[in-house]
Design a protein around this ligand. Sequence first.
Ligand code: PLP
Length: 563
Amino acid sequence: MANPNDIAVTNGTLHNPKNQHRKRQSTDCVKNGISKEAQQNRKAHVEDKPIFEPYPEPPLYVFVLTYMGYGIGILFGYLRDFMRKWGLEKCNAAIEREEQKDFVQLYQDFENFYTRNLYMRIRDSWSHTACSSPEPYFSILEKVTDDYNWTFRHTGKVIENVINMASYNYLGLAVKYDESMEKVKDTLEKYGVGVASTRNEMGTLDVHKELEDLMAKFLNVEAAMAFGMGFATNSTNIPIFVGKGCLILSDELNHASVILGARLSGAVIRPFKHNNVENLEKLLREAIISGQPRTGRAWKKILILVEGIYSMEGSIVNLPQIVALKKKYKAYLYIDEAHSIGCTGPTGRGIRELFGLDPDDIDIYMGTFTKSFAASGGYIAGKKELVDYVRMKSHSSAYATSMSPVIAAQIIRSLRITMGYDGDYGGMQRIQKLRENIKYFRRRLMEMGFIVYGDDFSPVVPVLLYMPAKVSAFGRILLKKKIGVVVVGFPATSLPEGRARFSISSAHTREMLDAVLEVVDKVGDLLNVKYFPLKKSGHSILYNKESFDNEASFEEMCSEPEA
Ligand SMILES: Cc1ncc(COP(=O)(O)O)c(C=O)c1O
């Protein structure tokens, strides 16, 4: 993680870190990366404390045991593969057919080995089938295995009233049909579900136009274009911004859709360390000094790709400093706000608003409608000429069917609630409640002694468990206690950093969070995964309910919504 004290930014300009440290103490420090406009409107929402702190690390023995666990698993894996080869054990995994053995391998060797021998042991903690809307209590189909996790079958039993800590329903807008969705129903009656054409042919509907205008207004930019799938918004649009002769500097933890888009573009890709502005600046300098490989010509374009909130880490992009760098080195900035749009910033307008930066500081805004907005699809937004170019050039507008009008109507409903236009459904209150829930949940976990990654502004709260057996046991025990949580391990994280990811929603009540925390506290002791020895019991000395409730409320911290 980058340390913010190393390089600092005032109004988008890089400064000597030492001077900057002194500035932090003075009243000027609120200017840190925040535009004049935002300061005047008191829109800035960065608290005094630095938000880019290094994460705590567990004791060394945790890494030793984790690697030993993998080592033993791998040894047994080779032994079992050997037995399978000689017919001493049945192989249930996919294998190449005999007549294809001269083909290029279909399955990648290590990944296949890992899935067959390690992941298969703990697979029951993944891929549950839900059978209700992703509300705070949801239902899951019970599954069992008769062959040690090779296959599963549903028993027909429904596990009901599971507390949902696993869905990206950050603002609680993903619910069963209610009166807030009347216009969605009207749209269904008027248009049906399918569009049966692409945006560039007969697939642009008035409801798309309404959605795009509203989204542009929400983001405070000139224009926006909506796409039917968030993943494809990245993978099909990044290639229209850069190509041969261009350079992409991409955060090493960017989402697979960003990586795919970067690869499809044909540009040279250089990853930089996660959120590390020093490393990014080093790459920018090198790129400008050395130019393109072999020819030494200047790069046609340099595009920096980042996310607003990183979904595995819960970390927030160091936007002020990255904006300063892109200005200094005349690069372009593309930000994927899948996890931050709608739920971050005083009025949910995302990371730019959180830092109080100018709309023009970001060249290309990307986001999805799948999380806070309880629908599906994605958007690209920014200057009108940029969005016009996307309309003409995007593979998704020329070759893919456009977004269903029902989905567009659902996004409009969610946006209107968030923007306070449909006041009865509590847009601002949802954002405020989410923020309070995140803070509360994170603090309680940290005080119990868990290592928690991420930031107080991130609705994704990763709790580090490290050893894969513990990762799986954690998910299994929580589900037995009727708590649904996503557990994650290699290859989605680095080898030793297995974790559980709690997704917080504004729809969670304090009682629900307390119920979860009580169980997590006990499971943490049982599995011995409280590695951060602040406090060994859940009854915290650092935290008490009153002290949290007495803190400045969200409303006090932020100003009126933007018009
Ligand atoms: C950062 C990021 N970008 C893009 C996507 C893809 O979006 P979608 O799931 O809406 O297709 C995701 C999915 O979770 C994501 O986390």
